[in-house]
Structures are given as C-alpha cells and as structure tokens.
Design a protein. Structure first.
Length: 242
C-alpha cells in the first residue's frame, strides 16, 4: 500500500511470510546492557531489545528505544525523518538510549501520562496521552497498564499486517509468549490488559524484547493469540511472574 512501505538495512532476518518478502518493520537491535538494568526490568541476559521504524505517509514513527538506534542514524534518515518517537514504558528511556535518540533525531517523544515522571528524568517528553486513540488512520494507541502504570501498546496497520507492539508487557522468550510481572507491577491491572490484548485484531506480535538469536516477531491468528494469552493469564493468576 503506498505510503506504508518498510525497509531494513539490518541484514538477513525473519520474514513476515508474505509473497513480496517485505518486512513489516525495520529492526535495530541492542543488547539489554549489564546487570542492574536487566535485573530491574526482569529480562534474562540472553534477551535483546529493539526499536522499530514505521515508514508511513503521514510521517515515520520510531516505536521503543534501543541503545544502537543513534548509531544507525544515517541509515534511518534514508527512510525519511522521524516525526514522532513513542515509548511503551519508562524502562526504554532509562535503559534503551532514549537520551541519545532524542539528541540525534530531535523527534518529539510521546508516552503515557503515568510514565512522564520517570521518562523525563532521562529525556524531554513532548506530549503525553491517557486514553486509547488513533493517530491517523493506521496507528492506534492502546494503554495496557500492569507491567508499569502507563505501559502502552501500539497497533499499526502496515497494509500487509496488523502489527501489535506490546513492549515487554508481552514478549518472546525462546519463541514463547510471556509476561513480565515485576514486584512493582499491578497484577490485577496486568490481567485486565492481557484480556484486552486477547480481543484485539492483529496478526503479528512485535515486542520490545526477544531471546537473542530467535525471531523478534511472531505471526499469529485469533485462535493462536487466544491460546497463548490464556496460558499467560493462567500463570499470572496463580502468582507466576511470566
């Protein structure tokens, strides 16, 4: 679909499964960093986080943060300038190179109002939101509190796929869909958000985090989504952290 093409300079990697071979998003990969940040966000040492450039006619978006994004500035700018930068939650600003991204690209940063405080300790917040809404006709902002108070998912219609960006509220560990319930998380709110995600219409999950060397996104359908999220809900309801 014109205006919604995507490209990648990241080299060979998992394809979206379409006949055209186009990727749904453009990945820039970063390791999670050393000890304390990883422990704080409940990710294993073998986990990588990524940010994604969404190329769209109304203006390109950057979703999430990763430490290597600023290093790839020239390649990213070949796709066109970034009009906005969206965070899922404040951990990305603290541990994902948010400050360097802001300095390099100058794109205004958007996050949930409940994330403004900790995000603004690292990078300037241009604007916040507090409710579900559309940005244009292809990009939907969907608060999913639980992992953190202002965690937010983004649902993007790429023209080929409906891609759901869930941060690490829902991420891929050894190919399995898992949650990340922290001591600071609101378990009841998390369960409500998982129930919401289960009913969304999407066919590709694109989390912030995934096991190194494993696919960083997952093709799905309604039945698969329900099965996987029901399994997470069962674990979270009995007190597990994943």
């Amino acid at each position: 679909m014109p205006g919604r093409r995507t490209r990648s300079s990241a080299g060979p990697g998992p394809r979206a499964g379409s006949s055209s071979g186009r990727r749904p998003v453009c990945p820039w990969r970063s390791a999670t960093g050393s000890g304390s940040p990883r422990a704080a966000i409940n990710l294993r040492p073998s986990t990588h986080v990524r940010a994604f450039v969404l190329q769209r006619r109304p203006g390109n978006l950057l979703v999430y943060s990763a430490e290597t994004v600023a290093d790839d500035a020239r390649a990213i700018e070949e796709f066109g300038s970034l009009s906005r930068h969206y965070l899922n939650h404040w951990h990305e600003a603290a541990f994902g190179g948010g400050g360097r991204i802001a300095e390099t690209f100058g794109a205004p940063l958007f996050c949930h109002e409940d994330e403004r405080g900790p995000v603004s300790e690292t990078v300037h917040v241009a604007e916040t939101f507090s409710s579900r809404h559309l940005e244009g006709d292809d990009f939907e902002v969907i608060p999913i509190p639980g992992h953190t108070r202002g965690a937010t998912a983004y649902l993007w219609d790429s023209g080929e796929h409906r891609c759901l960006f869930t941060g690490d509220s829902l991420y891929l560990r050894e190919g399995e869909w898992v949650a990340a319930v922290l001591e600071s998380s609101d378990r009841a709110a998390y369960i409500g958000s998982l129930e919401l995600i289960k009913e969304l219409e999407f066919d590709m999950l694109v989390p912030w985090a995934a096991t190194a060397g494993q696919p960083f996104h997952a093709i799905t359908d309604k039945a698969n989504t329900r099965r996987r999220i029901d399994a997470i809900l069962e674990r979270v309801r009995r007190g597990d952290d994943h």
